[in-house]
Ligand binder design. Structure first.
Ligand SMILES: *[C@@H]1O[C@H](CO)[C@@H](O)[C@H](O)[C@H]1NC(C)=O
Ligand SMILES: *[C@@H]1O[C@H](CO)[C@@H](O)[C@H](O)[C@H]1NC(C)=O
Ligand SMILES: *[C@@H]1O[C@H](CO)[C@@H](O)[C@H](O)[C@H]1NC(C)=O
Ligand SMILES: *[C@@H]1O[C@H](CO)[C@@H](O)[C@H](O)[C@H]1NC(C)=O
Ligand SMILES: *[C@@H]1O[C@H](CO)[C@@H](O)[C@H](O)[C@H]1NC(C)=O
Length: 642
């Protein structure tokens, strides 16, 4: 009765206090090839694995961090003879149980051992649960083994060793002058379900910083996969549809309103007495704009209406009210052979600070009810990004990218090269360096007009390119807004030294020097002059964390030690070296780099600040400022974790 079809991997997860309970089905991967698998309807997935004398069962599992592990249940059945079964984790016995003498030879009558008494403290890494017996029983059917792991961040993929984690490392940081004063990294992250959102925000404050370095290096874990596709599941804001209504049946008697999650449509009586139907539809909606890091309230949109059917002529007049006065548009005439109409609404018509309205005056001689199939508003399509190669040599390629509707438009950036050419209206630019082991080039640095910088080491030999992940805003960005930015107005790039002279809109400036080695890419930021917002952070680390194994960062370590989980409610941490790294392999952009931020020089005053601690007056000002701003600006949905 051996089962040949592919068995489905079933793994149940129950969250309990202080940890999580995981069920390892015994009929899993290689186990089902090495043992008989019987169809037994009472087994949890209808199948159980048979172990015999000399054929022990071994189940692999992995831990993310040293944890207390306890076998909380082992579900089994047996045949005629009693036996003693020993359960071990690695080489250590964790429990022993006796199978009953006989239960009418019913293999389908499963029993549970319940919780084993022994709780083992087990190290991070790869472990094995062994189940075996030595006696004369004709076999024992194992349904599953359930283990309780004292680790709130554990996921089934990590437990099953599909994603592995490295032990805590002490980062070997380069020695530093003892006069470097402390900086403050502040937790400003929030939860998200969308892996393409920068929900991890850690602004770093130091009023007296003179020079710091940002370094990108490959993650600590060993993985030779190069997963680099984006994952937009859980990302509702990426849809081009701002709102949609379906199946609306129009009659003259309609009143009140209908709702969707993003809009309401109100109904009012029309005034045309000559048509069979005269009704006004008034969609009312909010749109997100710059303050939320979105372009929906600024970019133009398309309104579409589609009827399911129609027997007579229908005339629709559309007006809208956004930022300015009510705007009227031309009438659209629909008929049984033309059931759809659409209207384009110009860029910068809508508002993000108030409600927006559409007015649809529908007059029709069609028989009633008149059915609308869909009524929707969507963002207008954008032209593809325009990529222009500005410079190419044996040593470097510089490309400028022009985005048709940049989110901070109409603010723009000028990029001037040392060869005398300069370019306006650049949304971002990128620098390629030669790949030493082949004839290609690879992107190592990208700088956006909003201050966001991305760094990449050159790809390891054998790989054409690796993805960017985390980024750092270089420049003073308000830490309390959803999408922080430090607007750059002008950059001068020296094509030989790779030194960039950056000027910000707030009057600040800095020099950036790009360095690439075989293993890392570094930007040295120096000659920093703060602009008007001199209490803002000098840099802001940004990244993504959805869950363990689905993140671009999962830990931050300070001064080489003290690792903290990136979603830990750590408030603020002090130090002068911050490593933002991944302890666990991620399904998302797994070769995207860890980011090191090292403060290398501060003004003497920063040293005084360190002596003032724990009388942290400047820090207190910063914290109060952030909290006040947050109360004013942050809506609760951005702070729903902790
Ligand atoms: C169990 O015992 C019954 C009755 O003694 C016998 O018929 C059957 O063959 C035994 N089953 C096995 C698997 O040994
Ligand atoms: C089976 O035999 C081995 C070797 O003698 C012994 O180490 C092990 O504990 C025995 N297992 C059981 C369940 O008795
Ligand atoms: C994509 O992200 C979602 C979380 O929003 C996660 O559940 C899913 O497993 C991810 N898919 C892949 C292929 O990583
Ligand atoms: C409906 O028919 C009446 C009478 O023929 C006409 O005056 C009116 O304009 C028509 N309405 C529409 C929407 O075509
Ligand atoms: C910048 O580019 C956009 C899109 O191509 C264009 O609409 C805008 O007028 C340009 N602005 C300037 C200052 O050149």
């Amino acid at each position: 009765m051996r089962v040949c079809q592919i068995l489905i991997i079933v793994l149940y997860l129950f969250v309990v206090t202080n940890g999580a309970l995981f069920r390892l089905e015994s009929d899993f991967t290689r186990n089902k090839d090495n043992h008989e698998v019987w169809d037994l309807p009472s087994a949890s997935d209808g199948k159980a694995l048979i172990i015999r004398k000399g054929e022990p069962l071994s189940l692999n599992f992995c831990l993310r961090t040293a944890s207390v592990v306890q076998v909380s249940d082992l579900r089994f059945s047996n045949g005629n003879k009693t036996d003693i079964v020993l359960v071990k984790i690695d080489d250590e016995a964790v429990g022993i149980f006796a199978t009953p003498a006989a239960i009418n030879h019913d293999w389908n009558a499963f029993m549970s051992t319940g919780r084993f008494p022994r709780r083992s403290f087990i190290d991070i890494g790869w472990h094995i649960i062994h189940v075996h017996f030595n006696g004369t029983a004709d076999g024992i059917a194992i349904d599953y083994v359930e283990i309780d792991v004292d680790d709130n961040f554990m996921t089934s993929e990590i437990l099953m060793c599909q994603l592995t984690c490295v032990p805590d490392v002490t980062f070997n940081l380069r020695p530093k002058d003892s006069s470097v004063g402390l900086s403050y990294a502040v937790q400003e992250s929030y939860k998200t379900t969308c892996p393409e959102v920068d929900n991890v925000n850690v602004p770093i404050f130091n009023h007296f910083v003179k020079r710091y370095e940002i370094t990108a290096a490959l993650p600590q874990y060993r993985s030779f996969s190069n997963w680099r596709t984006e994952n937009t599941s859980g990302c509702t804001h990426l849809s081009q549809f701002l709102w949609t209504f379906r199946d609306i049946e129009l009659t003259n008697e309609m009143s009140g309103s209908i709702k969707s999650d993003k809009a309401n449509v109100y109904f009012a009586k029309g005034i045309d007495k000559t048509s069979k139907l005269s009704i006004i539809l008034i969609p009312q909606f909010e749109l997100e704009g710059k303050s939320k890091g979105m372009i929906d309230s600024d970019i133009g949109s398309i309104l579409r209406i589609k009827f399911s059917g129609m027997t007579g002529q229908t005339i629709i007049q559309m007006r809208y009210k956004g930022k300015g006065e009510i705007v009227s548009t031309e009438n659209k005439i629909l008929s049984p052979s033309l059931l759809e109409a659409s209207w384009s609404i110009d860029d910068f018509s809508w508002t993000e600070t108030d409600l927006n309205f559409l007015f649809l005056y529908v007059n029709s001689n069609s028989s009633l009810p008149l059915s609308i199939d869909t009524l929707s508003l969507e963002r207008r399509p954008m032209l593809p990004e325009q990529v222009v190669t500005l410079y190419k040599s044996d040593n470097i390629i510089v490309e400028a990218i022009f985005v048709e509707f940049w989110w901070l438009a109409p603010d723009t950036m000028r990029l001037a090269l040392s060869n005398g050419h300069s370019y306006n209206n650049v949304s971002y630019f990128r620098i390629y360096r030669p790949i030493p082991w082949n004839s290609g080039y690879a992107q190592v640095f990208v700088m956006y007009q909003d201050g966001n910088a991305r760094l990449l080491p050159v790809p390891p030999e054998g790989v054409d390119w690796i993805p960017f992940g985390s980024s750092v805003i270089i420049g003073q960005a308000n830490p309390t807004v959803v999408r922080p930015y430090a607007i750059i107005v002008d950059i001068q790039l020296d094509l030989q030294s790779l030194i960039m002279d950056v000027k910000y809109k707030d009057g600040g400036s800095a020099k950036l020097k790009l360095e690439t080695s075989l293993t890392e890419t570094r930007v040295i930021v120096y000659d920093i002059i703060f602009g008007e917002n001199n209490l803002y952070p000098f840099a802001t680390f940004r990244s993504m964390y959805v869950s363990e194994g689905n993140s671009d960062v999962d830990h931050v370590s300070v001064n080489g030690v003290q690792p903290r989980h990136i979603m830990d409610n750590f408030g603020s941490i002090m130090g002068n070296s911050f490593v933002f790294y991944r302890k666990c392999m991620s399904k998302h952009l797994n070769l995207s780099p860890d980011i090191y931020i090292d403060i290398r020089e501060t003004e003497a005053a920063a040293h005084d600040l360190r002596r003032q601690i724990p009388d942290p007056d400047l820090f207190q000002i910063l914290v109060e400022r952030i909290q006040n701003n947050r109360q004013r600006l942050w809506t609760p949905r951005f702070r729903n974790w902790g």
